[in-house]
Design a protein around this ligand. Structure first.
Ligand code: SF4
Length: 467
């Protein structure tokens, strides 16, 4: 699941309206004398609960009546005439996520150490965040009002954790009764209203694999194209998530899954013109198999769920090699020597190492890849995005060269802090060389830019980062 800044919001008592957090200079909002801390209560008489409401209710409207509760307690009514395309220049407080009422046997919250920061224990189940960030929901506790809102405001696509279309198995996985687990009517209602759905299956050996998985894929494929894709991602166990009902995902299980699902994928491509049911990159890497080519992923509909990230990275790496080649032919790269270490998770390290070795052979670089063990979560957690400050510190002795690179995905998206609460600047202090926090674009830029960076850099670009 995507992480976002939720920690302050979870304990807040819900206040009415939506609070303005920033007003851009020279904007319509500034002209109206709106300020940070003011709350928008209504637009044209309709209650505003969050910034999505504000966006929806102001979209396309040229005559507006906006009720505002000023931060000093005054109530203002603003009558506005504006050009349809004119932006208000307002930023708003984050959405307070709704919490889930499931008890999934594989819930990631149960896999956290007690000391993990509070936001890691937030069990969000919110169709707004699904639309905005691709967070998965199970639709088990969606209210009729929320259903209406998704449809009315066109909050499409929605990302739905289906896990299994077999009701008994779904209920078992979610830890709820069959009646609550049954979302078939809601899914149909959303699809009938033109809302698109991307589905997810967390694959748990001996529970929703084999025939159950085949049926799940086939039931969802019946709903294509409105159900656009299915992401099949493996169960992840940490040392804290050791429920005896769960069986660890092994390399042999991954190989069997690839064998079984590749036949189905071939058929689906013929019938639907898309692979439709995608296996997570982790399944290929753990199986020791190469990830499929670009065609397999089409427009990469589930890249944020770890589907096709490695392929995308490999393609970008090839393009980068070509760019460096032409730069070196024009004399650019030969002026610089790169001697440093790239730190990443144990899952991706072997793949990245092969790519980096090619880079080193062809150009004047001496880059090393260090596979960083995840001691914080333990278990079979091996992706870069779950590495913590302590894990990087523990691998420090393996670092060589003039700088180290750590993956951008290991930091919180809106703050330079890692999952164990260590801040980037604290980590930097423990290293005697600069640390760069980079996604792929940042790494490519570092190699192809005319000047090598010598100071720590934090980039906040989204994916693809190295997985
Ligand atoms: S839906 Fe399941 S996995 Fe997600 S937060 Fe709720 S209990 Fe955890």
């Amino acid at each position: 699941m995507y992480e976002f800044a939720v920690s302050p919001a979870v304990t807040q008592i819900r206040r009415r309206g939506v609070e303005i957090s920033e007003v851009a200079d020279g904007s319509v909002g500034a002209e109206l004398e709106l300020e940070a801390g003011d709350r928008i209560m209504r637009v044209n008489g309709r209650v505003v609960k969050d910034y999505l409401d504000f966006r929806f209710q102001t979209a396309g409207e040229t005559d507006l009546v906006i009720d505002v509760r000023k931060h000093n307690g005054e109530d203002w009514e603003l009558n506005i005439e504006r050009d349809e395309t004119e932006d208000f220049g307002l930023s708003f407080e984050q959405i307070v996520p709704r919490q889930c009422a499931n008890e999934c046997i594989f819930c990631f919250c149960k896999g956290n150490p007690e000391t993990a920061r509070p936001s890691l224990f937030v069990r969000d189940e919110d169709v707004r965040l699904s639309f905005l960030y691709g967070n998965y929901t199970t639709l088990t506790s969606i209210t009729p009002e929320e259903m209406t809102r998704v449809i009315e405001q066109r909050l499409s696509p929605q990302y739905v954790s289906v896990h299994a279309t077999d009701l008994e198995v779904r209920a078992y996985l979610l830890g709820i009764d069959k009646q609550r687990a049954d979302i078939s009517t809601r899914i149909q209602q959303l699809l009938d209203a033109g809302i698109e759905i991307h589905a997810q299956v967390v694959l748990c050996p001996n529970i929703n694999d084999g025939e159950i998985l085949r049926r799940t894929i086939s039931d969802l494929a019946e709903l294509h194209p409105r159900v656009r894709s299915v992401a099949i991602v493996p169960l992840g166990l940490t040392r804290y998530l050791n429920d005896e009902r769960l069986t660890p995902v092994t390399p042999e299980f991954c190989r069997r899954t690839i064998r079984e699902i590749s036949v189905i994928q071939r058929n689906l491509r013929q019938q639907l013109g898309t692979t439709f049911a995608f296996l997570g990159d982790e399944i290929y890497l753990r199986a020791g198999r190469p990830v499929p080519g670009s065609k397999h992923y089409g427009d990469y509909p589930q890249i944020e769920d770890g589907i096709g990230m490695v392929r995308s990275f490999a393609n970008q790496f090839e393009a980068m090699l070509r760019r460096i080649q032409s730069a070196s032919q024009s004399g650019g790269l030969s002026e610089r020597t790169f001697f440093g270490t790239i730190m990443t998770g144990t899952l991706f390290a072997p793949v990245l190492r092969k790519m980096i070795e090619r880079l080193n052979r062809r150009f004047d670089t001496h880059l090393h890849v260090v596979a960083v063990d995840n001691n914080y979560f333990g278990g079979d957690v091996s992706v870069a995005g779950l590495l913590t400050g302590g894990d990087f510190l523990a691998a420090r002795k393996k670092v060589v060269g003039d700088f180290a690179i750590i993956p951008h995905v290991a930091l919180k998206s809106d703050e330079p802090i890692m999952l164990d609460g260590l801040r980037f600047e604290e980590l930097q202090k423990e290293f005697d060389i600069p640390i760069h926090v980079l996604d792929f674009a940042g790494f490519a830029e570092m190699l192809t830019h005319t000047q090598q960076r010598t100071s720590p850099a934090v980039r906040t670009r989204p994916i693809p980062a190295y997985a």
